[in-house]
Ligand binder design. Sequence first.
Ligand code: BGC
Length: 765
Amino acid sequence: MKVQLAIAIVTIALVGCNNSNSKTNIASNPYAQQVDSLLSLMTVEEKVGQLNLYAGSWEFTGPVPEDVNNQKKLENIKSGRVGAMLNVITADGTREAQKLAVENSRLGIPLIFGYDVIHGYKTMMPIPLGQAASWDAEVARSGAQVAAKEASASGINWTFAPMMDIARDARWGRMMESPGEDPYLASYMSKAWIKGFQGNDMSDAATIAACAKHFAAYGFVEAGRDYNTVDISLQTLYNVVLPPFKAASEAGVASFMNSFNEIGGVPANGSELLQRQLLKGAWEYQNGFVVSDWGSIGEMITHGYAADTLEAGYKALTAGSDMDMEAHIYENSIEELVSLGKISEDILNDAVRRILTVKFQLGLFDDPYLYCDVEREKSDLLTEENLEIARAAARKSIVLLKNENNLLPLSKEGQSIAVIGSLAADKDVPLGSWRAQANEGSAVSLLEGIEGAVSDKTNVSYSKGYTLTKGRRQFIYELDIVNGDQSGFKRAIDLAKKVDVVVLAMGEDCWQTGEGRSQTDIGLKGDQMDLMYELLKVNKNIVVTLMNGRSLAIPELDESIPAILEVWHLGSEAGNAIADVLFGDYNPSGKLPVSFPRHVGQCPIYYNHKNGGRPTTNPHDAGMVFWSHYTDSPNSPLYPFGYGLSYTTFEYSDLSLSSMEMSSNGEITASIKVKNTGKIAGQETVQLYIRDYVGSVTRPVKELKGFEKITLKSGEEKEIQFTINNETLSYYRADLSFGSEPGQFAVMIGGNSQKILTTDFRLVD
Ligand code: BGC
């Protein structure tokens, strides 16, 4: 094999010297010559081969698969008709699969191995939505770095992450994978995830290629129903959906994945606007490729956008989808389309060039087995160091929603604690959905975390109370929620009667969120609420820890429970991290990356909405209905975007601007004083929002434009400054050009998107 590969590479190098007609941007792609040389050796069949991404659903280290389809896949890998594989794992498994390609195919081109390494591989970090609540790039970067280190030790060199879909509708189960509702925060977190996965050099054996997904607007599925239609304006697309993707492209992400949805009648796979005009055109994305989502090129036929395989292949490839994940459309259409002259070889070459470039970047041409290291696989997974990073990330992701009369933090000594709820003892749910190779039931449960933290374990007692689910709990199957089983109530109530404080775990099973898990009800399911009301009758000192993967509608909790901690699905170290916060070893610092509605009927709900023509009622018309509102609920969320408490308190004062006027080539400074008015040190995330009062298209009532995390000792005060310049005020205007427009702007600074100080200034020409 090595001989064959070596010959290929030498030949490539020689041919490369003579090739001066490359259309690839050589300056920005150090591998351009090698890629073009290799390309010049390839037949059309081999080129099309690079576009095919196969799932490996059989054991590569075992016997030859009996299934006919899999046998065909195997033959295709050997003959160079496959460019990449997904769901093939382990150092041995990927080595065997790689061998098939490099030892048997004519040119010995190595495969890329992709996998959904979303928030960890073996060691689970908090779900991405939880990580976003940290508003901390280091949480994202270090978590992704650990994930890359572990996955790459197990043969994987490409992850289908980060997901950067803006999510405004909690009915959509994939909110858990997203960085939330805001494009600024989503861009910030996504860049850090990419940095963590890819490092500074993708050919380093401990880094992997990242994938910006889902391109684009998947989070805007109508009614929050997964795989549904998307129909949004170009302004929303440009100003809200695309900024994280543009940031990802600028950060050098190795690939993009397009999405299942259509936008304005065109399935994303077939979108020339997204792929050719924007990504590969205006954004000048040259050195990476676009992969389809699972089977989505084929779904263009179901959407009613292509009549058959040939048309689907034609539309997707010409629009800029480079790689076909498991639809098998390209392998059954592109050669024919090229031979018929319907698709030019230039278009095919562009796609192949991009894929080969990433293979060079990954170092696969130097060593196709770079990522198949059995020794690293034994030593680098689930290490103490990785778990420590997971614990730090988890506690930074926790958001304190309510803390009446300072019920929290609890005391480690002398306080009797009843831990109640099946989620409290659960060692699996905290691992979250999209958990790659996490060992089932391997998380530290809340109960274990609490028992490990207190000085005397006998002060802690546990009762299950409710049962949340029954039957199989798996990524691919529907989940059965238990309703009407109150058999565990009595024991829990008896326990609650006897203790100083109850820690009640409530929330969602992790398989209530993720792909295909849309819900019409975003409250707490099953018998949890009934139990909560029963417990309140006997003990008012209840701390609820909420484990969930979406924003929930929980007004009843807010009304009756004195202390609420949002703990998401926090990963391997969940219980320890929650205990760190419960007992005050870590002062909570998380802020919500999504608005929590009062009722599902408010969805989609987001802070950066438009003003509309009738935002409030006229005082003279009090009682009349002719304004934009609900007759049975306030418009406002229960907890707004950016909200989160601390065990200390912060006071904001003295908002000022360096000038009340700014020219488009100038800048002004906004300053604010923040004081820690409580008794202990704490961290605060100071948030800057801007409003553009009048635009060529209407502008949101506020938009996050910056934030700073600060630590203040008790009594300490700091002045925080933000620079505002033309970039801060620019947006995609009525004609979709990017720039600012003169006029009046509001500057708002505060600790969440609602509680803010405001002042105005003018942008002049
Ligand atoms: C999901 C993607 C994922 C892919 C591969 C699809 O169903 O939408 O996010 O990366 O499967 O597992």
